[in-house]
Write a protein that binds this ligand. Structure first.
Ligand code: PLP
Ligand code: COI
Length: 353
């Protein structure tokens, strides 16, 4: 692939790692590439980070033709930088593109772009414990017309942001509210695609939860409002009477790469993990009787995040005394150990760049 590089003439100072938070600071460059039907992808370029200009009729501004991904680059103790299962993100992005009638990017091209870009920005990968460089690839439809149809023009970009923890709680348990009015997605809709509209539609419930002191909402299925789906920015897992359970991939939840990794890791260690329907009644009963032993969320930004309190229809339930559970802690330690290179990667998940 031919990628032209225009270096930023005034690179920024690297931030103090204690002030990072999530997605507030951006690196010196961004990747941009255009798609035109009949011509394919063209003009791959790395340019100084900055604003972009769009035609006021651009498809994305009217019809939400947008998909994105999220992955991280980690600084190992030996100073090298590695990615975690990047091919999984590339494949999911192409599946999201297919759902949203956006163009695919060949896997090998996407990998080449990603590694070339992260190599150029590698000084931005922080080294303080718990920090990483969050990578946000995204694509949007960019026809300059108001007709509703699959697009003939698209833009693919990558921006990167040095980050600390996603939740202000860090690894401490978060409080989650089960949402029983709004729904996030339905089967056959766009729930399993990583598209911007899913997040726009979930903000109302998220705001309501935040007002009540909860970090995010736990969604129920869109048809019966009965089955557990996922949390705003992470998949969810429970340990109920010794059984580790997580909602099966139904078509309406995001097939998380952290979810997949947790399942593979636990199964490789002899745990049984059931991917199945979990009704909110089953969960409520488990909370009432104390058989809900642990609950946690998992996602790239959120890593493995213990859930210390769940609220359903204004009833509050504390999980594991509000403390991180054994399996949750073990998953956090093992996954982050592999990601930051302090534990051996027997799965071949990491890729040095
Ligand atoms: N579910 C939603 C809605 C998300 O936004 C995310 C974050 O990407 C996840 C689940 C977890 O997915 P992954 O582990 O691939 O980051
Ligand atoms: C991620 O974990 O990468 C996500 O995309 C979550 C995000 C919505 C902050």
């Amino acid at each position: 692939m031919d990628i032209t590089i225009t270096r930023n003439p005034s690179p920024a100072e690297k931030p103090d790692p204690s002030t990072l938070g999530f997605g507030k600071i951006f690196t010196d460059h961004m990747f941009v590439m255009n798609y035109t039907a009949g011509q394919g992808w063209h003009d791959a370029r790395i340019v100084p980070f900055g604003t972009i200009s769009l035609h006021p009729a651009s498809t994305v501004l009217h019809y939400g033709s947008e998909i994105f991904e999220g992955l991280k680059a980690y600084r190992r103790a030996d100073g090298k930088v590695q990615l975690f299962r990047p091919i999984e993100n590339i494949r999911r992005m192409n599946r999201s593109a297919e759902r949203m009638c956006l163009p695919q990017i060949p896997e090998s091209d996407a990998m080449e772009i990603l590694t070339a870009f992260i190599r150029l920005e590698q000084d931005w990968v922080p080294s303080a414990p718990g920090t990483s460089l969050y990578i946000r690839p995204f694509m949007f439809g960019n026809d300059e017309t108001l007709g509703v149809h699959s697009v003939k023009n698209a833009v693919f970009m990558i921006i990167t942001s040095p980050v600390g923890s996603y939740y202000k709680e860090g690894i401490n348990p978060v409080k989650i509210m089960i949402e029983s009015t709004d729904v996030r997605a339905v089967r056959g809709g766009t729930g399993e695609a990583k598209c911007g509209g899913n997040y726009a539609a979930s903000n109302r419930a998220g705001e309501k939860a935040e007002e009540k002191g909860y970090s995010q909402v736990l969604w129920l299925d869109g048809v019966e409002r009965r089955y557990i789906e996922e949390v705003g920015a992470m998949n969810v897992m429970f340990k109920i009477s010794g059984e580790i359970v997580t909602p099966r991939l139904s078509g309406s939840i995001l097939p998380g790469i952290t979810r997949k990794s947790c399942i593979e890791l636990l199964r490789s260690e002899g745990y049984t993990v059931s991917e199945r329907l979990i009704s909110v009644d089953e969960l409520e009963q488990a909370m009432e009787t104390g058989t809900l032993e642990e609950a946690w969320g998992c996602g790239t930004a959120a890593v493995v995040s213990p859930i210390g309190e769940l609220c359903y229809n204004d009833r509050k339930f504390t999980v594991n005394g509000g403390r991180i559970g054994k399996v949750t802690q073990h998953l956090y330690d093992t996954l982050t150990g592999i990601q930051w290179g302090t534990l051996a990667d027997s799965f071949g998940w990491t890729q040095e760049i």
